[in-house]
Write a protein that binds this ligand. Structure first.
Ligand SMILES: Cc1ncc(COP(=O)(O)O)c(C=O)c1O
Length: 431
Protein backbone atom coordinates (compact mmCIF):
# COMPACT_ATOMS: atom_id res chain seq x y z
CA UNK A 1 0.00 0.00 0.00
CA UNK A 2 1.46 3.36 -0.94
CA UNK A 3 1.62 6.27 1.49
CA UNK A 4 -1.20 8.09 -0.32
CA UNK A 5 -3.55 5.09 -0.16
CA UNK A 6 -2.86 4.67 3.57
CA UNK A 7 -3.59 8.34 4.23
CA UNK A 8 -6.70 8.17 2.00
CA UNK A 9 -7.99 5.07 3.81
CA UNK A 10 -7.69 6.86 7.14
CA UNK A 11 -9.54 10.08 6.37
CA UNK A 12 -11.28 10.08 2.98
CA UNK A 13 -14.78 8.84 2.09
CA UNK A 14 -15.31 7.99 -1.59
CA UNK A 15 -18.67 8.23 -3.39
CA UNK A 16 -21.07 5.50 -4.47
CA UNK A 17 -19.51 2.51 -2.68
CA UNK A 18 -19.68 0.65 0.63
CA UNK A 19 -17.05 1.86 3.09
CA UNK A 20 -15.45 -1.57 3.41
CA UNK A 21 -14.64 -4.42 1.06
CA UNK A 22 -13.66 -2.23 -1.87
CA UNK A 23 -10.42 -2.29 -3.84
CA UNK A 24 -8.00 0.49 -2.89
CA UNK A 25 -8.52 3.68 -4.91
CA UNK A 26 -5.94 4.15 -7.64
CA UNK A 27 -3.68 7.15 -7.01
CA UNK A 28 -3.59 9.44 -10.05
CA UNK A 29 -0.59 11.79 -10.30
CA UNK A 30 -1.34 13.37 -13.66
CA UNK A 31 -4.11 13.39 -16.25
CA UNK A 32 -3.35 14.15 -19.87
CA UNK A 33 -5.37 13.64 -23.07
CA UNK A 34 -7.44 10.48 -22.61
CA UNK A 35 -5.07 9.03 -19.99
CA UNK A 36 -4.90 8.98 -16.21
CA UNK A 37 -1.28 8.49 -15.08
CA UNK A 38 -0.99 6.43 -11.90
CA UNK A 39 1.65 6.64 -9.19
CA UNK A 40 3.11 3.28 -10.26
CA UNK A 41 3.58 4.44 -13.87
CA UNK A 42 0.47 2.78 -15.34
CA UNK A 43 -1.58 4.77 -17.87
CA UNK A 44 -5.33 4.22 -17.70
CA UNK A 45 -7.43 5.05 -20.77
CA UNK A 46 -10.42 7.05 -19.49
CA UNK A 47 -13.26 5.75 -21.72
CA UNK A 48 -16.00 7.40 -19.62
CA UNK A 49 -14.65 10.97 -19.57
CA UNK A 50 -14.25 10.78 -15.76
CA UNK A 51 -17.95 10.44 -14.93
CA UNK A 52 -19.07 12.02 -18.23
CA UNK A 53 -17.38 15.34 -17.52
CA UNK A 54 -14.06 15.76 -19.38
CA UNK A 55 -15.43 16.10 -22.90
CA UNK A 56 -12.13 17.50 -24.26
CA UNK A 57 -9.97 15.03 -22.38
CA UNK A 58 -7.59 15.92 -19.56
CA UNK A 59 -4.97 18.62 -19.19
CA UNK A 60 -6.27 20.82 -22.00
CA UNK A 61 -3.88 23.80 -22.20
CA UNK A 62 -6.45 26.19 -23.70
CA UNK A 63 -8.79 25.60 -20.75
CA UNK A 64 -5.91 25.85 -18.27
CA UNK A 65 -4.84 29.19 -19.74
CA UNK A 66 -8.40 30.56 -19.60
CA UNK A 67 -8.51 29.55 -15.95
CA UNK A 68 -5.13 31.09 -15.16
CA UNK A 69 -5.91 34.38 -16.91
CA UNK A 70 -9.23 34.66 -15.11
CA UNK A 71 -7.62 33.82 -11.75
CA UNK A 72 -5.25 36.76 -12.17
CA UNK A 73 -8.23 39.12 -12.74
CA UNK A 74 -10.97 37.95 -10.39
CA UNK A 75 -11.36 34.54 -8.75
CA UNK A 76 -14.77 34.91 -7.16
CA UNK A 77 -17.29 37.58 -6.25
CA UNK A 78 -20.74 37.58 -4.72
CA UNK A 79 -23.35 37.29 -7.50
CA UNK A 80 -26.20 38.89 -5.52
CA UNK A 81 -26.23 42.58 -6.42
CA UNK A 82 -23.05 42.24 -8.57
CA UNK A 83 -22.25 40.81 -11.98
CA UNK A 84 -19.24 40.09 -14.19
CA UNK A 85 -18.35 39.64 -17.82
CA UNK A 86 -17.56 35.87 -17.87
CA UNK A 87 -21.09 35.04 -16.60
CA UNK A 88 -22.85 37.47 -18.94
CA UNK A 89 -20.79 36.27 -21.90
CA UNK A 90 -21.57 32.63 -21.13
CA UNK A 91 -25.31 33.35 -20.96
CA UNK A 92 -25.16 35.41 -24.18
CA UNK A 93 -23.35 32.63 -26.03
CA UNK A 94 -24.98 29.51 -24.62
CA UNK A 95 -28.66 30.49 -24.62
CA UNK A 96 -28.88 30.96 -28.43
CA UNK A 97 -27.34 27.51 -28.93
CA UNK A 98 -30.17 25.86 -26.98
CA UNK A 99 -33.45 24.96 -28.70
CA UNK A 100 -36.61 26.94 -27.97
CA UNK A 101 -35.24 30.47 -27.73
CA UNK A 102 -34.46 30.44 -24.01
CA UNK A 103 -34.08 33.81 -22.30
CA UNK A 104 -32.29 33.59 -18.97
CA UNK A 105 -29.65 31.56 -17.18
CA UNK A 106 -29.55 30.79 -13.45
CA UNK A 107 -26.17 29.64 -12.11
CA UNK A 108 -25.34 26.95 -9.55
CA UNK A 109 -22.49 24.48 -9.17
CA UNK A 110 -23.34 20.90 -10.16
CA UNK A 111 -25.88 18.73 -11.94
CA UNK A 112 -28.08 18.06 -8.91
CA UNK A 113 -28.36 21.76 -8.07
CA UNK A 114 -29.12 22.66 -11.69
CA UNK A 115 -32.04 20.19 -11.51
CA UNK A 116 -33.06 21.38 -8.05
CA UNK A 117 -33.27 24.95 -9.42
CA UNK A 118 -35.26 23.80 -12.48
CA UNK A 119 -37.70 21.89 -10.31
CA UNK A 120 -38.15 24.72 -7.81
CA UNK A 121 -38.69 27.26 -10.58
CA UNK A 122 -41.28 25.01 -12.27
CA UNK A 123 -43.15 24.66 -8.95
CA UNK A 124 -42.93 28.35 -8.11
CA UNK A 125 -44.08 29.23 -11.62
CA UNK A 126 -47.52 27.87 -10.68
CA UNK A 127 -47.38 29.33 -7.17
CA UNK A 128 -46.67 32.82 -8.51
CA UNK A 129 -49.64 32.51 -10.86
CA UNK A 130 -51.85 31.52 -7.93
CA UNK A 131 -52.68 28.13 -9.45
CA UNK A 132 -52.45 24.74 -7.79
CA UNK A 133 -50.90 21.88 -9.73
CA UNK A 134 -49.70 19.33 -7.16
CA UNK A 135 -48.26 16.60 -9.40
CA UNK A 136 -44.80 16.21 -10.92
CA UNK A 137 -44.10 13.61 -13.61
CA UNK A 138 -40.83 11.76 -14.13
CA UNK A 139 -39.89 8.69 -16.12
CA UNK A 140 -39.42 5.34 -14.40
CA UNK A 141 -35.68 4.70 -13.96
CA UNK A 142 -34.89 8.42 -13.88
CA UNK A 143 -31.77 9.70 -12.16
CA UNK A 144 -31.47 13.44 -11.61
CA UNK A 145 -28.92 13.71 -8.79
CA UNK A 146 -28.44 13.18 -5.08
CA UNK A 147 -30.07 16.19 -3.38
CA UNK A 148 -33.51 15.63 -1.83
CA UNK A 149 -35.50 17.12 -4.72
CA UNK A 150 -33.59 15.22 -7.35
CA UNK A 151 -33.69 12.01 -5.29
CA UNK A 152 -37.50 12.36 -5.12
CA UNK A 153 -37.62 12.49 -8.93
CA UNK A 154 -36.01 9.04 -9.08
CA UNK A 155 -39.05 7.52 -7.37
CA UNK A 156 -38.35 4.54 -5.17
CA UNK A 157 -34.77 3.87 -6.20
CA UNK A 158 -32.60 1.23 -4.53
CA UNK A 159 -29.89 3.89 -4.16
CA UNK A 160 -32.08 6.03 -1.91
CA UNK A 161 -33.87 3.43 0.21
CA UNK A 162 -32.82 5.04 3.51
CA UNK A 163 -34.49 8.29 2.51
CA UNK A 164 -37.73 7.02 0.97
CA UNK A 165 -39.88 8.24 3.89
CA UNK A 166 -38.50 11.75 3.44
CA UNK A 167 -38.91 12.10 -0.33
CA UNK A 168 -41.93 13.80 -1.88
CA UNK A 169 -44.35 11.94 -4.12
CA UNK A 170 -43.66 12.02 -7.85
CA UNK A 171 -45.76 10.25 -10.49
CA UNK A 172 -43.55 7.71 -12.23
CA UNK A 173 -44.48 7.17 -15.89
CA UNK A 174 -43.54 3.73 -17.33
CA UNK A 175 -40.27 3.82 -19.26
CA UNK A 176 -40.94 3.68 -23.05
CA UNK A 177 -39.55 0.21 -23.72
CA UNK A 178 -39.36 -0.65 -27.40
CA UNK A 179 -42.76 -1.93 -28.52
CA UNK A 180 -44.45 -0.68 -25.34
CA UNK A 181 -44.41 3.05 -26.13
CA UNK A 182 -48.21 3.22 -26.17
CA UNK A 183 -48.32 2.23 -22.47
CA UNK A 184 -46.07 5.17 -21.68
CA UNK A 185 -48.11 7.55 -23.79
CA UNK A 186 -51.44 6.40 -22.30
CA UNK A 187 -50.17 6.83 -18.73
CA UNK A 188 -48.68 10.19 -19.62
CA UNK A 189 -51.83 11.48 -21.31
CA UNK A 190 -54.05 10.36 -18.44
CA UNK A 191 -51.92 12.37 -15.99
CA UNK A 192 -51.47 15.57 -17.99
CA UNK A 193 -55.18 15.66 -18.92
CA UNK A 194 -56.10 15.84 -15.23
CA UNK A 195 -54.86 19.44 -15.09
CA UNK A 196 -53.01 18.62 -11.86
CA UNK A 197 -49.53 18.32 -13.33
CA UNK A 198 -47.10 21.20 -12.80
CA UNK A 199 -43.97 19.79 -14.45
CA UNK A 200 -42.54 16.91 -16.44
CA UNK A 201 -38.83 16.31 -15.95
CA UNK A 202 -36.90 13.95 -18.20
CA UNK A 203 -33.46 12.92 -19.42
CA UNK A 204 -33.93 13.42 -23.17
CA UNK A 205 -33.40 10.27 -25.28
CA UNK A 206 -31.08 8.49 -22.88
CA UNK A 207 -31.36 7.63 -19.21
CA UNK A 208 -27.74 7.60 -18.07
CA UNK A 209 -27.58 6.02 -14.63
CA UNK A 210 -30.46 3.62 -15.37
CA UNK A 211 -28.03 1.86 -17.74
CA UNK A 212 -27.53 4.18 -20.72
CA UNK A 213 -31.07 3.36 -21.82
CA UNK A 214 -31.62 4.95 -25.22
CA UNK A 215 -35.24 5.56 -26.21
CA UNK A 216 -37.01 6.90 -29.27
CA UNK A 217 -37.30 10.61 -30.09
CA UNK A 218 -40.80 9.94 -31.50
CA UNK A 219 -42.23 8.86 -28.15
CA UNK A 220 -40.55 11.75 -26.34
CA UNK A 221 -41.85 14.16 -28.96
CA UNK A 222 -45.39 12.92 -28.38
CA UNK A 223 -45.01 13.31 -24.60
CA UNK A 224 -43.63 16.82 -25.00
CA UNK A 225 -46.42 17.80 -27.39
CA UNK A 226 -49.01 16.52 -24.87
CA UNK A 227 -47.24 18.37 -22.04
CA UNK A 228 -47.31 21.54 -24.12
CA UNK A 229 -50.99 21.09 -24.94
CA UNK A 230 -51.84 20.85 -21.22
CA UNK A 231 -49.42 23.64 -20.22
CA UNK A 232 -47.18 21.36 -18.17
CA UNK A 233 -43.74 22.91 -17.62
CA UNK A 234 -41.19 20.81 -19.55
CA UNK A 235 -37.86 20.41 -17.76
CA UNK A 236 -35.07 18.74 -19.76
CA UNK A 237 -32.24 17.39 -17.61
CA UNK A 238 -29.35 17.61 -20.09
CA UNK A 239 -26.71 17.27 -17.38
CA UNK A 240 -25.34 14.18 -19.11
CA UNK A 241 -26.62 14.64 -22.68
CA UNK A 242 -25.59 18.30 -23.07
CA UNK A 243 -22.55 19.59 -24.98
CA UNK A 244 -22.52 17.12 -27.83
CA UNK A 245 -22.84 13.78 -26.10
CA UNK A 246 -25.75 12.56 -28.25
CA UNK A 247 -24.37 13.76 -31.58
CA UNK A 248 -26.14 17.14 -31.53
CA UNK A 249 -25.02 19.93 -29.22
CA UNK A 250 -28.09 19.21 -27.07
CA UNK A 251 -30.35 16.14 -27.15
CA UNK A 252 -33.43 18.39 -27.08
CA UNK A 253 -32.56 19.37 -30.66
CA UNK A 254 -33.82 15.96 -31.81
CA UNK A 255 -37.37 16.96 -30.84
CA UNK A 256 -39.65 19.56 -32.36
CA UNK A 257 -41.22 20.57 -29.05
CA UNK A 258 -38.63 22.43 -27.00
CA UNK A 259 -38.40 22.37 -23.21
CA UNK A 260 -39.27 25.38 -21.02
CA UNK A 261 -36.25 24.71 -18.81
CA UNK A 262 -32.90 23.04 -19.59
CA UNK A 263 -30.52 21.90 -16.82
CA UNK A 264 -26.81 21.66 -17.69
CA UNK A 265 -23.58 20.78 -15.90
CA UNK A 266 -20.92 18.02 -16.35
CA UNK A 267 -19.39 18.85 -19.78
CA UNK A 268 -20.02 22.58 -19.42
CA UNK A 269 -16.45 23.43 -18.35
CA UNK A 270 -14.84 20.40 -19.97
CA UNK A 271 -14.18 19.07 -16.47
CA UNK A 272 -12.01 21.96 -15.33
CA UNK A 273 -14.32 23.61 -12.78
CA UNK A 274 -17.65 22.65 -11.17
CA UNK A 275 -20.58 24.58 -12.67
CA UNK A 276 -24.31 24.06 -13.17
CA UNK A 277 -26.73 26.27 -15.09
CA UNK A 278 -30.49 26.22 -15.46
CA UNK A 279 -31.73 27.87 -18.65
CA UNK A 280 -35.22 29.33 -18.76
CA UNK A 281 -37.80 30.26 -21.37
CA UNK A 282 -39.65 33.57 -21.29
CA UNK A 283 -42.78 31.65 -20.33
CA UNK A 284 -41.17 30.68 -16.99
CA UNK A 285 -39.38 34.00 -16.49
CA UNK A 286 -42.66 35.91 -17.05
CA UNK A 287 -44.12 34.42 -13.86
CA UNK A 288 -41.29 36.10 -11.92
CA UNK A 289 -41.27 39.41 -13.82
CA UNK A 290 -42.59 41.63 -11.04
CA UNK A 291 -41.21 43.52 -8.04
CA UNK A 292 -43.10 41.60 -5.33
CA UNK A 293 -40.72 40.24 -2.72
CA UNK A 294 -43.04 37.28 -2.05
CA UNK A 295 -42.72 36.18 -5.68
CA UNK A 296 -38.92 36.33 -5.92
CA UNK A 297 -36.87 33.17 -6.29
CA UNK A 298 -35.01 32.78 -2.99
CA UNK A 299 -32.24 30.49 -4.05
CA UNK A 300 -28.50 31.05 -4.48
CA UNK A 301 -25.30 29.16 -3.78
CA UNK A 302 -22.10 30.69 -2.41
CA UNK A 303 -20.23 29.86 -5.61
CA UNK A 304 -23.04 31.01 -7.93
CA UNK A 305 -21.59 32.06 -11.31
CA UNK A 306 -18.03 31.60 -10.11
CA UNK A 307 -15.93 33.66 -12.61
CA UNK A 308 -13.26 30.96 -12.94
CA UNK A 309 -15.90 28.37 -13.85
CA UNK A 310 -17.68 30.76 -16.24
CA UNK A 311 -14.42 31.67 -18.03
CA UNK A 312 -13.50 28.05 -18.50
CA UNK A 313 -17.05 27.29 -19.72
CA UNK A 314 -16.60 29.98 -22.38
CA UNK A 315 -13.26 28.48 -23.40
CA UNK A 316 -14.76 24.98 -23.45
CA UNK A 317 -17.49 26.26 -25.78
CA UNK A 318 -14.79 27.56 -28.16
CA UNK A 319 -13.28 24.08 -28.41
CA UNK A 320 -16.65 22.34 -28.65
CA UNK A 321 -17.84 24.50 -31.55
CA UNK A 322 -14.60 23.93 -33.44
CA UNK A 323 -12.78 20.58 -33.00
CA UNK A 324 -15.49 19.15 -30.73
CA UNK A 325 -18.20 19.00 -33.37
CA UNK A 326 -15.87 17.36 -35.91
CA UNK A 327 -14.71 14.76 -33.38
CA UNK A 328 -18.27 13.98 -32.27
CA UNK A 329 -19.17 13.00 -35.85
CA UNK A 330 -16.00 10.91 -36.20
CA UNK A 331 -16.69 9.00 -32.96
CA UNK A 332 -20.29 8.30 -33.96
CA UNK A 333 -19.12 6.91 -37.29
CA UNK A 334 -16.63 4.66 -35.53
CA UNK A 335 -19.28 3.40 -33.07
CA UNK A 336 -21.74 2.73 -35.92
CA UNK A 337 -19.15 0.63 -37.73
CA UNK A 338 -18.35 -1.30 -34.55
CA UNK A 339 -21.98 -2.16 -33.73
CA UNK A 340 -22.15 -5.28 -35.92
CA UNK A 341 -19.14 -6.79 -34.11
CA UNK A 342 -21.01 -6.60 -30.81
CA UNK A 343 -24.47 -7.47 -32.13
CA UNK A 344 -23.25 -10.87 -33.22
CA UNK A 345 -21.57 -11.77 -29.94
CA UNK A 346 -23.51 -14.42 -27.98
CA UNK A 347 -22.91 -12.51 -24.72
CA UNK A 348 -24.62 -9.35 -26.02
CA UNK A 349 -28.38 -8.94 -25.63
CA UNK A 350 -28.62 -5.58 -27.41
CA UNK A 351 -26.38 -2.75 -28.55
CA UNK A 352 -27.28 0.86 -29.24
CA UNK A 353 -25.47 3.99 -30.34
CA UNK A 354 -26.51 7.61 -29.97
CA UNK A 355 -23.88 10.15 -31.01
CA UNK A 356 -20.74 9.48 -28.98
CA UNK A 357 -22.50 6.99 -26.67
CA UNK A 358 -22.17 3.29 -27.37
CA UNK A 359 -24.10 1.09 -24.97
CA UNK A 360 -24.50 -2.68 -24.84
CA UNK A 361 -26.45 -4.97 -22.58
CA UNK A 362 -24.56 -8.10 -21.59
CA UNK A 363 -26.47 -11.37 -21.38
CA UNK A 364 -26.89 -12.50 -17.77
CA UNK A 365 -29.63 -15.06 -18.08
CA UNK A 366 -31.73 -12.90 -15.73
CA UNK A 367 -33.00 -9.32 -15.49
CA UNK A 368 -30.53 -6.44 -15.81
CA UNK A 369 -29.55 -5.14 -12.40
CA UNK A 370 -27.04 -2.60 -11.15
CA UNK A 371 -25.97 -5.05 -8.49
CA UNK A 372 -25.23 -7.80 -10.98
CA UNK A 373 -21.85 -9.51 -10.24
CA UNK A 374 -20.98 -9.24 -13.90
CA UNK A 375 -20.49 -5.54 -13.32
CA UNK A 376 -17.62 -6.01 -10.87
CA UNK A 377 -16.09 -8.79 -12.94
CA UNK A 378 -16.06 -6.68 -16.12
CA UNK A 379 -14.96 -3.46 -14.40
CA UNK A 380 -11.91 -5.22 -12.99
CA UNK A 381 -11.24 -7.08 -16.26
CA UNK A 382 -11.12 -3.78 -18.17
CA UNK A 383 -9.04 -2.05 -15.51
CA UNK A 384 -6.50 -4.88 -15.45
CA UNK A 385 -5.96 -4.03 -19.13
CA UNK A 386 -5.59 -0.33 -18.25
CA UNK A 387 -8.97 0.84 -19.56
CA UNK A 388 -11.49 2.64 -17.38
CA UNK A 389 -15.02 1.51 -18.28
CA UNK A 390 -17.62 1.53 -15.49
CA UNK A 391 -20.45 -0.83 -16.44
CA UNK A 392 -23.86 0.07 -15.04
CA UNK A 393 -24.97 -3.36 -13.87
CA UNK A 394 -24.69 -5.55 -16.95
CA UNK A 395 -24.60 -2.57 -19.31
CA UNK A 396 -21.19 -1.74 -20.74
CA UNK A 397 -20.95 1.68 -22.32
CA UNK A 398 -18.44 4.06 -23.83
CA UNK A 399 -18.72 7.79 -23.24
CA UNK A 400 -15.28 8.89 -24.39
CA UNK A 401 -13.64 12.31 -24.42
CA UNK A 402 -14.11 13.78 -27.90
CA UNK A 403 -10.34 13.89 -28.51
CA UNK A 404 -10.06 10.10 -28.39
CA UNK A 405 -8.38 8.71 -31.53
CA UNK A 406 -9.85 5.98 -33.75
CA UNK A 407 -6.99 3.70 -32.69
CA UNK A 408 -7.87 4.20 -29.03
CA UNK A 409 -11.52 3.48 -29.79
CA UNK A 410 -10.47 0.29 -31.57
CA UNK A 411 -8.43 -0.73 -28.52
CA UNK A 412 -11.53 -0.36 -26.34
CA UNK A 413 -13.84 -2.26 -28.71
CA UNK A 414 -11.32 -5.12 -28.95
CA UNK A 415 -10.89 -5.24 -25.20
CA UNK A 416 -14.65 -5.43 -24.64
CA UNK A 417 -14.93 -8.32 -27.12
CA UNK A 418 -11.99 -10.07 -25.49
CA UNK A 419 -13.53 -9.73 -22.03
CA UNK A 420 -16.89 -10.97 -23.31
CA UNK A 421 -15.19 -14.07 -24.73
CA UNK A 422 -13.52 -14.65 -21.37
CA UNK A 423 -16.78 -14.12 -19.53
CA UNK A 424 -18.52 -16.58 -21.80
CA UNK A 425 -15.99 -19.31 -21.14
CA UNK A 426 -16.06 -18.59 -17.37
CA UNK A 427 -19.85 -18.91 -17.34
CA UNK A 428 -19.69 -22.12 -19.37
CA UNK A 429 -17.13 -23.57 -16.94
CA UNK A 430 -19.34 -22.61 -13.99
CA UNK A 431 -22.54 -24.00 -15.40
C1 LIG B 1 -29.01 13.20 -15.93
C2 LIG B 1 -28.30 13.61 -14.68
N1 LIG B 1 -28.80 14.60 -13.92
C3 LIG B 1 -28.19 15.02 -12.80
C4 LIG B 1 -27.03 14.43 -12.37
C5 LIG B 1 -26.37 14.89 -11.11
O1 LIG B 1 -25.22 15.60 -11.41
P1 LIG B 1 -24.11 15.85 -10.28
O2 LIG B 1 -23.49 14.53 -10.01
O3 LIG B 1 -23.18 16.84 -10.89
O4 LIG B 1 -24.82 16.39 -9.08
C6 LIG B 1 -26.48 13.39 -13.12
C7 LIG B 1 -25.24 12.73 -12.68
O5 LIG B 1 -24.84 11.70 -13.15
C8 LIG B 1 -27.12 12.96 -14.30
O6 LIG B 1 -26.65 11.98 -15.07
Amino acid sequence: MTDLITRDAKHVWHPFAPLLGQADPLPVVKAEGVYLHLEDGRKILDAVSSWWVNIHGHGNKYLAEALYKQALEMEHIIFAGFTHEPAVRLAERLLPLLPGGLEKMFFSDNGSTSVEVGLKLAIQYWHNRGEKRPKILALEGAYHGDTFGSMSLAGKSAFFEAFNDYLFEVVSIPYPHEGKEQETLDAFEKEVKSGDVSAFIYEPLVQGSAGMRIYSPEVLERMLALAKQYEVVRVADEVMTGFGRTGKLFASEYMETAPDIICLSKGITGGTMPLGVTCLSSRVVDAFRNDEKAKAFYHGHSYTANPLACSVANASLDILLDDGVKNMARIEESHQTAISRFENHPMIRSVKCLGTILSMEVETGSQSSYFSNIRDRLYQGFLDQDVLLRPLGNVVYLLPPYIISNEELERIYSLILEQLDLLQSELQNQG
